[in-house]
Design a protein around this ligand. Structure first.
Ligand code: FAD
Length: 534
């Protein structure tokens, strides 16, 4: 196939994939002085990185698999990340009701050990073990901001009110919420601000090694034009497609492979009135969360199911929906029905294939593998959590350093993402300031803007003194001024980018309103971008 253009300059790194790992690596690398190009075939965070449970967490259940390294790294990381993005991340308390029926998944290392030394437990998860796990959770990760575990009497507190009366006691511990897809976009923006080139709707269709360099063939999916970019090193952060890149696009002879594990979530109208989450343990050894979501909703997830083919878009199947409903109904007093589900989403975990017997047991830790057998190196990224993306990027740089010996030291810990340059404790002050400076904003609107954009919210509102000054009203407090900002600064091209990834306003807008927004964005795109460039 003839290619319309070959770029003359040679990039240090070419990153495949605009999920959290690709964008996190691009940001770290460009901040160390490397020249970086990233291609994402769809929208930023369009795959797994917008479909997570949205927790910066250590992963309490991974302790049962003795994944202490991963849990410790993730626990320490929670507060580092929270400090760098106190707009899109915030502390949350998790209520873990206890009942005698709770069982281990049969093949965790902990359950196998207990079966040998305490056979009389017959697979039950005893309360003392949960307390011990929470003690480790509290102490492995050096908490400074997040409060410690406590015991909750469910018969007297608000936490017990929505739960079945059989639950009398619970433990309560801390983790953090994270707006996953905004995290990706903010990393991408920071990378661009530091000099990276990021192209969305641009697919890597092939890459080959030529004279110690990679020649990467990319296709602009809007125009179908192809182009060749040359780079010294490739980073394969294609998530569920990491194997497709290795075997089909690069044709590298590698035995490494990915295990795709689908996880689905359902969303209902809000099921209870307080702001804490629930951590429910099932009789099958699995766990699910019920989380206050977008003020008026409750998020419930997740499942674990093997998923064969990354090109098959993951959806929450009826079986998965019913499983989550039944699981939650075992805890809540009120009964959730299928018709109460207002939205569902599903994502595929790109886990390193460690040969584990079940999808639940496959390691959630990340694995980085460099292949340089045929000349120029490629770093393949497997697994990982949203929570560990920054540490994964640092580990990736440790591998990259072998080819760029003068690479400066790590720098991202403690450096705020765009809009996150304020103290964790100052969030309410920021909302009050915005409400004061833009007195026409409704309280919910001011809150949403600070949550999404932090200290950048005034840049969107400009000199506006009334809602009329914000331009066209698309519904649910979404105005033209915000859309223009998203198109110019946050790579938003379609209404779907805006209502499901830059925000979750899709939960509040009708299908007609979303299509009006989409038509407006398509009709005004050239104009919006031209005025920005002028
Ligand atoms: C159900 C579920 C719940 C989870 N919950 C949590 C949680 O609460 N906390 C946590 O820390 N982690 C969680 N995770 C894990 C976390 O979401 C993932 O580890 C992370 O998002 C993976 O990011 P990634 O960048 O590797 O992959 P992705 O986000 O999938 O990004 C890969 C990108 O590569 C692009 N791409 C692929 N092929 C090409 C190509 N040829 N050319 C150009 N682009 C290409 C894709 O379009 C995609 O956008 C969860 C995962 C799932 C599935």
């Amino acid at each position: 196939m003839p290619h319309s253009q070959t770029s003359e300059d040679v990039r240090d790194l070419f990153v495949i994939g605009g999920g959290i790992n690709g964008c996190g690596i691009a940001r770290d690398a460009v901040g160390r002085g490397l020249t970086v190009t990233l291609a994402e075939m769809s929208d930023l965070a369009s795959a797994t990185s917008s479909a997570s449970t949205k927790l910066f967490h250590g992963g309490l259940r991974y302790l049962e698999y003795f994944e202490v390294r991963l849990v410790r790294e993730a626990l320490i990381e929670r507060e580092t990340l929270l400090r760098a993005m106190p707009h899109i991340s915030w502390p949350m308390r998790f209520v873990l009701p206890y009942h005698n029926d709770m069982r281990f998944e049969g093949n965790t290392p902990t359950s196998k050990l207990l079966n040998v030394i305490m056979p009389w437990l017959k697979g039950r998860r005893p309360a003392w073990l949960i307390r011990f796990g929470l003690f480790m959770y509290d102490n492995l990760g050096g908490r400074k901001i997040l409060p410690a575990t406590s015991t909750v009497d469910l018969r007297s507190g608000p936490e017990g009110a929505p739960l079945d009366d059989k639950f009398a006691k619970a433990y309560e511990y801390s983790d953090c919420w994270i707006e996953d897809s905004r995290l990706v976009v903010l990393n991408a923006r920071d990378a661009v601000a530091r000099g990276a080139q990021i192209m969305t709707r641009t697919k890597v269709i092939k890459a080959e090694r030529v004279d110690d360099l990679w020649e990467v063939i990319i296709e602009d999916l809007d125009t179908n034009e192809t182009k060749v970019v040359r780079a010294r090193m490739l980073i394969n952060a294609a998530g569920p497609w990491v194997g497709d890149i290795i075997h089909q696009k690069l044709r590298v002879n590698s035995t490494e492979d990915v295990r795709l594990v689908r996880g689905s979530h359902i969303v209902t109208r809000k099921l209870y009135d307080h702001d804490k989450c629930y951590f429910f343990q099932g009789t099958d050894g699995r766990i699910i969360f019920a989380i206050p979501y977008e003020t008026d909703f409750t998020l419930i997830g997740t499942t674990d199911a093997d998923h064969e083919d990354p090109s098959v878009p993951p959806i929450c199947t009826d079986d998965e929906r019913d499983y989550l409903i039944d699981f939650a109904n075992g805890y809540f007093k009120s009964t959730i029905k299928a018709e109460d589900v207002v939205w569902s989403y599903s994502g595929v975990r790109p886990l390193y294939d460690d040969g584990a017997s079940s999808a639940t047991a496959a390691t959630r830790d990340y694995t980085l593998k460099v292949d340089n057998t045929g000349g120029a190196p490629v770093l393949n990224v497997f697994g990982g959590k949203i929570t560990t993306y920054r540490r994964l990027a640092e580990s990736a740089m440790d591998k990259v350093k072998a080819y760029f010996p003068d690479l400066p030291d790590k720098w991202t810990a403690g450096v705020a993402l765009p809009g996150g340059d304020f103290e964790v404790s100052a969030f309410d002050i920021k909302v009050a300031e915005l409400s004061h400076d833009y007195a026409f904003l409704t309280p919910t609107h001011a809150l949403r803007l600070v949550r999404a954009y932090g200290t950048e919210a005034p840049a969107i509102l400009g000199t506006a003194q009334s809602y009329t000054d914000l331009g066209k009203d698309f519904g649910a407090n979404l105005y033209e001024a915000e859309i223009v900002w998203l198109m110019r600064n946050e790579f938003a091209r379609t209404a779907e980018d805006v209502v499901w990834r830059r925000s979750k306003l899709g939960l509040r807008l009708s299908a007609d309103q979303i299509s009006v927004l989409d038509e407006w964005m398509q009709a005004n795109r050239a104009d919006v971008l031209r005025k920005d460039a002028a």
